[in-house]
Design a protein around this ligand. Structure first.
Ligand code: IMP
Ligand code: MG
Length: 333
């Protein structure tokens, strides 16, 4: 049995969705469970010519043998969730906890104006105001909504029993370490702690039950919305490097900078990382595109990876070399 927690090491959009969908198929966990904030997250997954953009459903849904679940710490937009379950064929194997909070129209309205929108650059998804109402103890929960009644299970009980029965469980984080309400660039952060400890609390997995923590870094840093970004490139410089990206949820252009070792070192510490995943290596080194063997990487690409391992004193085990699920070098024995 292994519990594996996957979290973002920078500001979200590190490519966790693709890594999680790879692990969901490769490691065949019994349950893939999502923690994190809410539908402010966006994961893009490419399977053959199909592109999925998910905001609520765990990114591991492509493994049809696994159950996908959302932990009680997450706030849900029921319309988005039910549509994704339907559109992505995840009926009968998608579940939520009765204590998941529910985002309503009023939360989206409060999130689309004033300081949250203008100063923080929030996604407008209602996630922050819903979490604020939860802290005020006035937020409605999943158990109050008939449309969700068929989806409700006791998520902490399910994942802990799966582990007790020697099954694998994959715990999916959202956003990234420096968007954490506690550890990020406050006030330019999201409305929850999104480090590994917070994600585990969201799903009801105690600290002694965690086996592996994989921190995902992109080969460069991006950030959407406002807030500090050290050594930020101009949009033109980012374009030249091929780093122009647009947000999955908001469509906004992402700001970009070189791989940041100071941030990465702190992310390793805050998350207690046991492994590192590096994504989009092919964007830095186009000759790596689609490779699945570390030995075949160019010397330049290998030294980029080795330098990260040396500087962060943590093994780089999973490397993304392209957008498809199997564009991965997996160095776990
Ligand atoms: P909120 O989480 O919608 O309140 O937005 C707060 C800040 O976090 C804004 O700068 C958002 O752009 C950013 N943010 C929230 N979720 C994500 C994510 O999944 N990826 C990247 N940025 C995010
Ligand atoms: Mg994203």
């Amino acid at each position: 049995m292994t519990s594996t927690v996957v979290v973002g090491g920078f500001f979200g959009d590190e490519g966790k969705g693709k890594i999680i969908s790879y692990l969901a198929i490769k490691d065949n966990p019994k349950i893939i469970v999502r923690g994190g904030a809410g539908p402010n997250a966006g994961h893009t997954i490419r399977d053959g010519d199909k592109i999925y953009k998910v905001r609520m459903l765990p990114s591991g849904f492509l493994n049809k043998n696994a159950k996908v679940m959302i932990g009680p710490g997450v706030v849900i937009n029921p319309d988005i969730l039910l549509k994704e379950i339907h559109d992505f064929g995840a009926e009968g194997r998608s579940f939520v906890d009765k204590h998941c909070g529910i985002i309503e129209e009023i939360h989206r309205t409060r999130d689309s104006k004033g300081d949250l929108k203008e100063k923080i650059g929030s996604t407008g998804s209602g996630t922050g105001p819903a979490n604020a109402d939860r802290a005020m103890r006035i937020l409605k929960l999943a158990k109050d909504f008939d449309s969700l009644s068929d989806l409700i299970v006791d998520v902490p009980e399910q994942i802990n029993s799966a582990l007790a029965n020697n099954e694998n469980v994959l715990i999916e984080g959202t956003q990234g370490t420096f968007l954490s309400l506690w550890h990020g660039t406050y006030p330019f952060v999201t409305s929850k702690d999104v480090t590994a400890s917070g994600i585990c609390a969201d799903v009801g997995l105690g600290p002694t039950k965690v086996d592996e923590v994989i921190v995902v870094f992109k080969s460069y840093v991006t950030r959407v919305g406002t807030g500090p970004l050290a050594k930020e490139l101009t949009p033109e410089e980012a374009e030249v490097k091929g780093w122009s990206e647009f947000g999955t949820v908001t469509g906004r252009q992402r700001r970009a900078a070189d791989f940041d070792f100071d941030l990465a070192r702190r992310a390793i510490m805050l998350n207690g990382a046991t492994q590192i995943s590096i994504t989009k290596l092919d964007v830095l080194f186009p000759d790596c595109a689609g490779m699945t063997s570390y030995e075949k990487l160019s010397d330049e690409a290998k030294s980029f990876v080795k330098n990260i391992e040396r500087e962060l004193n943590t093994p780089v085990t999973i490397i993304g070399t392209g957008p498809a699920i199997n564009d991965v070098i997996d160095r776990r024995s």
